[in-house]
Design a protein around this ligand. Sequence first.
Ligand code: SF4
Ligand code: SF4
Length: 167
Amino acid sequence: MDIDDFRARAKRKRKSLSAFLDKLDTIVPVDMPELVAITDTTVWKDINCTECANCCKTMTPTFKKSDVIRISAFLGIAPAEFKNKWLKKEEDSGDWVNTTQPCQFLVDNKCSVYEVRPKDCAEFPHHNKKPFDAYNETFKNNLIHCPATLTLVERLKKAVERGYDWD
Ligand code: SF4
Ligand code: SF4
């Protein structure tokens, strides 16, 4: 995984791919779920998260109460200690998030709490959320963070523009 190459590609394509996602809100192909599923399968043949971990380095998950309880138990510490040590409450949303990046649990480019990681991490990058276009804002934001999302949206754009009257 060449992360510099990914960053350059994301910078170059972000605007056009975001415009595509915006347009997808108005022209949802009837076979969209199948198209996303098939295209996503091709993405994961080319991308290996263990060689990347860019989400863990540049973003923070949201820690729900159940996440804090589960991970604290795994680490053998109290939930309050867990929060004091690593988390802060975001003023606008009230969400509990990491105070630092990369994530404190990233060790040798791997998640050291993988079995009990936050639900948010387990579901990232949310490609199988339904309906797909309801998460366009998330995907737009993640274009510069996640090579898998960038690749998925690039491939979807190509497929949709080939198969539909897009003007
Ligand atoms: S908890 Fe694990 S998967 Fe989630 S951001 Fe931290 S290192 Fe990454
Ligand atoms: S989910 Fe995306 S950003 Fe995170 S490790 Fe996998 S490819 Fe990289």
